[in-house]
Design a protein around this ligand. Structure first.
Ligand code: CTP
Ligand code: CA
Length: 226
């Protein structure tokens, strides 16, 4: 009943959402990952679908189920996420990159399980490609690109430079040092930064509310691309 009262104001949009962590394997039984639960990305999927958008989710392992009726592509590594995102990108009218992509992966994947007898191993890491920056370099003018940033220090400066360097229309800036913000938490405290230079500071609120406010901004940005 509630959803019948909601405006289907995202009808016609095809929103590509990424969520959750990636897993970077070391050997057949071990991997490196991060604390992302995927809650923010899932909230965006849920609200976007209710508001009439077609939704494609590309995600690592999630701690909750995605809503029924959306297309869900499961990946594990950052490299797999990159391949699938680049494949889906041309069909998306907007991309919201909430995933916590691992910045580094083990430089080599051991074919056999690493054994504990012998010397203590050293893990050598290599950089993963920045998927969001790649989208920023190739996006069409009608595609709206929304990125996230998690920062613990020099929050505003870092956020502003990510917005610019990755050629985003909008950045959702998250100070993860604050209680009630960020990883594995039901609430968030964010600031929206826009290409135009405009900025909006939000109070602490549920991730679903943050999702709705992000989607409201996508609609506002859409009116400027038309
Ligand atoms: N991101 C990405 N590909 C990566 C790393 C990050 O697409 N290899 C995206 C995330 O999905 C997020 C945004 O970039 O939308 C910002 O992620 P964040 O970790 O805050 O920034 P980084 O650019 O990775 O910089 P750093 O971690 O050094 O602060
Ligand atoms: Ca990062």
């Amino acid at each position: 009943i509630y959803s019948l009262l909601m405006p289907r104001d995202l009808q016609g949009e095809h929103i590509l959402v990424t969520a959750g962590p990636t897993e970077e394997p070391l050997d057949p039984v071990r991997f490196i990952t991060n604390r992302s639960s995927g809650k923010m990305g899932l909230a965006i999927c849920k609200r976007a679908q209710i508001r009439g958008a077609e939704v494609t989710l590309i995600s690592g392992p999630l701690k909750a189920e995605p809503p029924n009726g959306i297309r869900h592509i499961r990946i594990r590594t950052a490299l797999e996420m990159r391949d699938r995102v680049l494949e889906e990108f041309p069909r998306a009218s907007a991309v919201i990159k909430a995933a916590a992509v691992a910045d580094f992966r083990p430089a080599s994947l051991e074919r056999d399980k690493i054994k504990k007898d012998g010397m203590e191993p050293t893990i050598v890491l290599t950089k993963n490609p920045d998927i969001l920056a790649e989208l920023g370099r190739t996006k069409r003018p009608d595609q709206i690109l929304v990125g996230f940033a998690a920062e613990t220090r020099d929050v505003l400066e870092n956020g502003r430079s990510k917005l610019k360097n990755k050629n985003l229309d909008m950045l959702v800036l998250n100070d993860v040092s604050k209680p009630g913000a960020g990883f594995d938490c039901d609430t968030n405290i964010v600031r929206f930064l826009f290409r135009s230079g405009e900025e909006e500071q939000m109070d602490i609120m549920s991730k679903e509310k943050v999702a709705d406010l992000i989607l409201d901004r996508v609609i506002r940005l859409r009116s400027k691309t038309e």
